[in-house]
Design a protein around this ligand. Structure first.
Ligand SMILES: [Fe+2]
Length: 246
């Protein structure tokens, strides 16, 4: 009893909107079913999140999702959240790997953005695509705001840091994975995440949550001194809660 009385309350995030997670049931290698989605949303709530942007993978061959495949999964999860009387808003978007499948969808105007026109892009992991600058420019001409998902995780950027500022100055926004700061994605991603923080190049944070291990590691990390350091640096500039209209 005495132990419980003194037990520290779990720490929570300093923002309430998670802009990157794979919690729609059965559409990629994130949550496989509604029960798992509800469980993971419960862990998001424990961290202080009350709104998620569902960003399921859109990747050629593996997860060829379209608005038609994602909308029913979104509706199912919203219904389940409602039935469970859970206070959680779920907006529908996607995480677009830049490949021929996504480019064809962009061309056809069949793609999902965050409210406000933010488009979450995932680069290839081997090298930047040819024509990246042109793609960014063309998206911006359509009044879209491209966000690069976890820029710290691409080795070719981590080894060519001036490219970060170049992209950012061209209006590209950066969404860093909170788990990268903890070393979860290896030392290079960790070091680069901290470097992006020190250089004021982070616009959004995301969980990129696929499964329970991500959630439990995050819950542990947000109780750390490292988390408090990054939170104090980002508190006044993070866009998670301020830039995306309801
Ligand atoms: Fe992701």
């Amino acid at each position: 009893m005495l132990f419980n009385f003194f037990r520290k309350k779990p720490s929570t995030l300093f923002y309430h909107t998670d802009v990157h997670c794979h919690l729609l049931p059965g559409v990629d290698h994130g949550s496989p079913d509604v029960a798992t989605s509800l469980h993971l949303l419960g862990l998001q709530q424990k961290m202080g999140i009350n709104r998620i942007i569902a960003t399921s993978h859109v990747t050629q061959t593996t997860f060829e999702n379209t608005p038609e495949t994602l909308r029913p999964a979104h509706a199912t999860l919203c219904q389940a959240v409602n039935d469970a009387a859970m206070d959680m808003r779920i907006d529908l978007a996607a995480e677009y790997r830049i490949d021929d499948f996504s480019l064809a969808q962009f061309k056809a105007g069949k793609f999902l953005t965050f409210p406000g026109g933010f488009l979450l892009l995932e680069n290839a992991f081997q090298q930047e695509i040819l024509g990246m600058d042109e793609l960014i420019f063309n998206l911006q001409l359509k009044r879209l705001s491209p966000i690069i998902a976890h820029p710290e995780r691409y080795p070719y950027y981590a080894l060519n840091r001036p490219r970060y500022a170049q992209l950012h100055n061209a209006g590209v926004l950066f969404q860093v994975n909170l788990l990268s700061f903890s070393g979860y994605f290896g030392p290079q991603a960790r070091e680069t995440a901290w470097w992006l923080l020190e250089n004021d190049l982070i616009d959004f944070l995301g969980s990129d949550m696929h499964h329970e291990k991500h959630a439990l590691t995050l819950l542990q990390f947000i109780g750390s001194r490292d988390y408090r350091r990054l939170a104090s640096r980002l508190a006044s500039r993070l866009l998670n809660d301020t830039a995306i209209p309801l």
